[in-house]
Design a protein around this ligand. Structure first.
Ligand SMILES: Nc1nc2c(ncn2[C@@H]2O[C@H](COP(=O)(O)OP(=O)(O)OP(=O)(O)O)[C@@H](O)[C@H]2O)c(=O)[nH]1
Ligand SMILES: [Zn+2]
Length: 335
């Protein structure tokens, strides 16, 4: 069943690309690509080129194995879920009990939102950057509440130093032009998500991006009752952006533990990870020919930045080591 030109365009709007179509085997031609738009305890909702569908799940399906943003193939007769396609990017992290939490997949850009006030925290931003890099998504720092700061540019200058070629934007999420400022990352077929502390303006930004007339439910996560009757935020969802693209609302991340994020960290701290010392296993403590200590000595590397890098390296090594015999890695780099 060849796709009509309209349906093909619609699929591209949804984020479908050669990366996914190349995975469809010849004998799967009658299956339909579905993008997962929300993941519930016992239910998966999705979007096809023709509109929204509720998937029928095969027995023993664990919905937690699926992420909002996933592409799956389904049998159109009953919308029976057949197979998950490989992810281009995946935001994954270890949570308290050691399990992997999937925060979303096939996200092109992660807006790391922080305010020009006491919320602005360099060490936390470096964690978020490692998280985005490890996922394979492009991080963009979005600074809000510039109107309440004496000089927002000092915040922007500090953020620009956190990663080579990092994009840092200043915008007021309450204003319509916030959508214009973020437009380059929100075109047709592009998927964005937001992270940041409570109160920095994420929901306001999602509402501004979604344009007028979209469900106010976007502010505040979707809450469900778990088995013990507690209310927990179990669902994330994908929403259309007014002029193209998709935005994923992700629940707040209270503490972002660094685990299995070596590549992501190297990218944040590329000015350190790119240095070559005389000894390959240099600890940068006392060895001769240490390029890291030389960079500190000549002033090209900030000792505080080095200290933060060390702390994250140690946290990552300790967490990754204790996981060595555990289940698969949470993050898989897509680029
Ligand atoms: N003055 C000012 N207020 C802002 C700005 N951005 C957001 N706010 C306000 O800050 C408050 C919090 O914004 P939210 O969008 O609810 O923040 P959030 O990040 O979604 O918070 P959680 O839902 O708790 O995760 C709201 O009252 C916004 O109107 C800004 O640039 N300047
Ligand atoms: Zn060294």
């Amino acid at each position: 069943m060849p796709l009509s030109a309209v349906a093909a365009d619609r699929l591209i709007d949804l984020g479908w690309s050669a990366f996914f179509s190349d995975q469809v085997a010849a004998d799967e031609a009658d299956l339909v690509p579905v993008r997962i738009t929300s993941v519930h305890r016992a239910r998966l909702s999705g979007m096809t080129a023709a509109g929204p569908v509720e998937l029928t799940l095969p027995p023993h399906t664990v919905t937690g194995d699926y992420a909002v943003g996933d592409w799956v193939l389904a049998d159109p007769e009953m919308w029976l879920l057949r197979r998950l396609l490989d992810r281009k990017t995946v935001l994954a992290r270890r949570v308290g009990d050691g399990s992997i939490q999937l925060s979303g997949s096939n996200i092109d850009t992660l807006f790391i939102v922080t305010s020009c006030n006491a919320d602005f925290n360099i060490a936390r931003l470096e964690r978020y950057l490692a998280f985005a890099n490890q996922a394979g998504t492009q991080p963009v720092v979005v600074l809000t509440k510039a109107d309440t700061a004496e000089d927002a540019n000092t915040f922007r200058d500090a953020a620009l130093k956190l990663q080579r070629d990092l994009t840092v934007l200043i915008t007021d999420p309450r204003q319509h032009d916030a959508a214009e400022v973020l437009r380059p990352w929100c075109g047709s077929g592009q998927t964005v998500s937001l992270v940041g502390s409570s109160g920095v303006g994420k929901s306001t930004l999602v509402n501004t991006l979604s344009g007028p007339g979209l469900a106010p439910q976007l502010t505040g996560g979707i809450r469900e009752q778990d088995a013990k009757g507690r209310h927990t935020t179990t669902a994330r969802s994908l929403h259309p952006i007014a002029n193209g693209g998709w935005v994923m609302d992700t629940p707040g991340i209270r503490t972002l533990h660094i685990s299995e994020m070596a590549e992501g960290l190297d990218e944040v701290f590329s000015e350190i990870s790119g240095l070559t010392c005389k000894f390959r296993d240099c600890t940068h403590e006392h060895e001769p020919g240490c390029a890291v200590r030389a960079a500190i000595a000549d002033g090209s590397l900030d000792p505080e930045r080095l200290a933060r890098w060390r702390k994250l390296q140690e946290e990552n090594a300790a967490a990754s080591q204790s996981r060595e015999n555990g289940s698969g890695r949470p993050g898989r780099r897509g680029r």
